[in-house]
Design a protein around this ligand. Structure first.
Ligand code: BES
Ligand code: MN
Ligand code: ZN
Length: 492
């Protein structure tokens, strides 16, 4: 699908989406369209008692004036819309266009939308369209869309400006789509080696890709990560992705993702019910991949490094046992009391490696880490844990702005004590209570005091239900959040 920005002139024919303010007369292009249809728009509004109330629509079939369809979107008070509302509006409009099976359509982005410049408002609407129009058809033998949506034009007072502004949004949408693709992939196809190979093309965007094999990780002492992988027929990988868009020598921002391409639980095996969802246990890694793509495509003026720990957690004669003690790269020993608490083992080594190798300004990790975070927060917020109030605050704000919301949970020495072990330094489970917190406490032992935030995305990375801007099982959650964090605070 192509998105184009054209100057605010009505098309001669086709599907037209008009935005209508509540309780005001039709303005601009909407007034023009009404005129062209001989007053059909105002007549339909009166007959349907359509007032332009927020989140209402009115669909006019064959309204005349050459149009096949005019769909009115009520906005309430346009100036009160937030940027996210404009993205949602674009997504909702795209949904209507798809439902109409139109191959092209125009959205008239007039009015004072959110009090923003025309280029900004138009680019936001276009961003929503791109986020919405996503499908994962790779494994369908027949392509389901008979009429693909070829082009959406945004009619705007500043087409040139909008085109320029949209470049960044387009890059981020590409990153979101990459993350969704990776999460949606079946686990027989997307095993750790395949996931790593799929990162190689990012090199074309200027991202330096290093792929670590088990032998290399062994030399680094990453036995916590390797222990999880040892029951799998697929080798583990760690991928490090460096984007250097900032000043030479400036310390990078670090993003770390849990990439368990399938989590059976290992010897502490999971129940059969719903286990198929554990193909999404690499949602954190998918987000880091998508973020690195977004930063590179929009040439972000920042140094950032992403790292993903890729393993498959399987039961096997060679699998690790409950009770095993492994020595992590940090030197700390870990008693593996439950092989299903594997994500923290993977992250322990990747976090340690990252702070050691890159001396980053901060580390943010994303992990589908605990079922307990779903119990606490459902699918509306990801859990946020941090040793740094400024970073936590910035993430919270970026969450509200993007709709990828986070809710801060506590860390405290009292919780940390729970994971002390009698034989090893630490154990990988803390019992039923405070399960997401003890998991975060575990990770904190491997960040070496670096400013750090952990996002538990078990509830948000997949199966979040559909929204105006996401219809996919794999949500791509976190790409927009972290891109926003970077853009707002770390680019000069
Ligand atoms: N990948 C799971 C967590 C998860 C659950 C992600 C539901 C997405 C949806 C993780 O590896 C896990 O199994 N965690 C255990 C930890 C427990 C053994 C301490 C859990 O949450 O039950
Ligand atoms: Mn698990
Ligand atoms: Zn897991």
């Amino acid at each position: 699908m192509k998105i184009s920005f054209v100057s605010a002139v009505l098309p001669k024919t086709g599907v037209l989406i008009l935005l209508v303010a509540e309780g005001k007369g039709l303005e601009g292009l909407a007034a023009e369209a009404d005129h062209r249809t001989g007053g059909q728009v105002t007549r339909a509004m009166a007959a349907a008692k359509f007032t332009g109330k927020r989140d209402t629509t009115l669909d006019l079939v064959a309204p005349g004036g050459g149009f096949t369809r005019i769909v009115l979107f009520g906005l309430g008070a346009p100036a009160a819309l937030r940027p996210l509302d404009l993205e949602m509006l674009g997504g909702a409009a795209a949904g209507v266009i798809q439902a109409l099976k139109a191959d092209r359509a125009a959205i008239a982005a007039g009015l004072d939308l959110g009090g923003l410049a025309a280029k900004e408002a138009s680019a936001l609407i276009a961003s929503g369209v791109r986020l919405r129009v996503y499908s994962f058809n790779r494994y369908k033998s027949k392509k389901p869309e008979a009429v693909p949506l070829n082009e959406v034009s945004i009619l705007t007072a500043d087409a040139r400006g909008a085109r320029q502004r949209f470049i960044g949004f387009d890059a981020v949408a590409d990153g979101v789509h990459l993350a969704r693709d990776l999460v949606n992939e079946p686990p027989n196809h997307l095993h750790p080696v395949e996931f790593a190979d799929r990162m190689r093309p990012l090199a074309k965007l200027g991202v330096k890709i290093s792929i670590m094999t088990p032998a290399q990780m062994k030399r680094l002492g990453m036995n916590a990560l390797l222990g999880v992988a040892q029951g799998s027929a697929h080798e583990a990988r760690m991928v490090v992705m460096e984007w250097k868009g900032g000043k030479a020598g400036e310390r990078p921002l670090a993003f770390i993702g849990k990439g368990v391409t399938f989590d059976t639980g290992g010897i502490s095996i999971k129940p059969a019910q719903g286990m198929e969802d554990m193909k999404g246990d690499m949602g954190g890694a998918a987000c880091v991949a998508g973020l690195m793509m977004a930063l590179a495509k929009r040439k972000a003026k920042v140094n950032a490094v992403g790292a993903i720990g890729l393993v498959e957690n399987m039961p096997d004669g060679k699998a690790q046992r409950p009770g095993d003690v492994v020595t992590s790269m940090s030197g700390q020993t870990i008693a593996v009391l439950n092989t299903d608490a594997e994500g923290r083992l993977v992250l322990a080594d990747v976090l340690w490696y990252m702070q050691d190798r890159f001396k980053p300004r901060f580390m943010v990790d994303l992990a589908t880490l605990t079922g307990a975070i779903l119990v606490a927060l459902g699918k509306e917020h990801a859990g946020l844990f941090s040793n740094n109030d400024e970073l936590a605050q910035r993430l919270s704000e970026a969450g509200y702005a993007t709709g990828e919301k986070v809710w801060r949970m506590p860390l405290a020495p009292e919780y940390d004590k729970i994971i002390d072990h009698d034989v090893a330094d630490v154990k990988n489970i803390g019992g039923r209570n405070a399960g997401s917190i003890t998991a975060a406490q575990f990770l904190q032992r491997f960040v070496n005091g670096v400013p750090w935030a952990h996002l538990d995305v078990a509830g948000t990375a997949m199966d979040t239900g559909r929204s105006a801007i996401n219809q996919s099982w794999g949500s791509g959650w976190g790409v927009r959040l972290l891109d926003r964090l970077v853009a707002q605070h770390y680019e000069k």
